[in-house]
Design a protein around this ligand. Structure first.
Ligand code: ADP
Ligand code: ADP
Length: 232
């Protein structure tokens, strides 16, 4: 479902060229909840953002659902991104729009008509259990509720893949568990493939069936986790 082939990324720094991600390859199969774990600064976020080309790789190929993304035109890339949802550590909601307005936003951008849009907004808010907050503004919501709105927004365009960038790092342990439970449900019930980066081992233990370790820009180890192996 996601295939990275030797993708790499460097930045200019005051000390010269800094390699945030050394040539990395990764294969995420359909139905996986794939975790990438590592310390802050390891390059996880950069690697994740190369999957939907929020960060353009210096080199290498990115395949999502069979389509190679780095060679697409802007227009085709915009279309391909419809099947890739993303959520962030700090939720990235639009504070001047209601919950409905936030969830509807990607659908408006995609030019989806009002009726279909509103049906999907309701459907996605139901999935995350926030129907009663449909007309609230983000400032009135808790962190966990904000992340649920962000999940609903990510699901609105019916993605095949969900990218999660430290999805629970701003949340307390109890809220973390409930968000992870939602992600697991979305993976199991909607068949959405999940690629998640985190610095928290408990997140990986809780929901991932595969894990890779990232260190200083290098993917150093890839493991398959069976239920037994990851039991605490
Ligand atoms: P992680 O997600 O593992 O914390 P990141 O991918 O965010 O790591 O960052 C990896 C390294 O690349 C860090 O040292 C960071 O400072 C650097 N970096 C990330 N984005 C940029 C950028 N836009 N410009 C310069 N350096 C960056
Ligand atoms: P805001 O600008 O505060 O986000 P709007 O009323 O402009 O609120 O609505 C923004 C988007 O949310 C529109 O695309 C609209 O179709 C959708 N929307 C608004 N209210 C609802 C609702 N009750 N149910 C479903 N979708 C809604």
């Amino acid at each position: 479902m996601i295939k990275l082939q030797n993708v790499s990324k460097s930045y200019m720094s005051p000390n010269g060229v800094f390699q945030a991600v050394a040539p990395a390859s990764l294969h995420v199969e359909e139905g996986d909840v794939y975790g990438i774990i590592g310390f802050s600064g390891a390059g996880k976020s950069t690697l994740l953002r190369m999957v939907n080309l929020l960060e353009k790789p210096d080199d290498g190929k990115v395949y999502v659902d069979g389509q190679e993304l780095t060679s697409l035109s802007k227009k085709d890339l915009r279309k391909a991104r419809q099947s890739i949802g993303m959520i962030f550590q700090h939720f990235n909601l639009l504070n001047n729009r209601t919950v409905a307005g936030n969830v509807a936003f990607p659908l408006e951008v995609a030019g989806i008509g009002k009726e279909e849009r509103e049906a999907r907004v309701r459907e996605c808010l139901e999935i995350v259990g926030l129907t009663e907050k449909i007309n609230s503004y983000p400032s009135k919501l808790s962190g966990g509720q904000k992340q649920r709105v962000a999940i609903a927004r990510a699901l609105a365009s019916r993605p095949k893949v969900l990218l999660c960038d430290e999805p629970t790092s701003a949340l307390d342990p109890q809220t973390t568990r409930s968000i992870l439970a939602f992600l697991k449900e979305i993976n199991q019930n909607l068949g959405v493939t999940i690629l998640l980066v985190t610095h928290e081992m408990n997140v990986v233990k809780e929901i991932c069936n595969k894990v890779a370790v990232m260190e200083n820009g290098h993917l150093v180890e890839k493991l398959s986790l069976s239920e037994k192996e990851i039991a605490p």
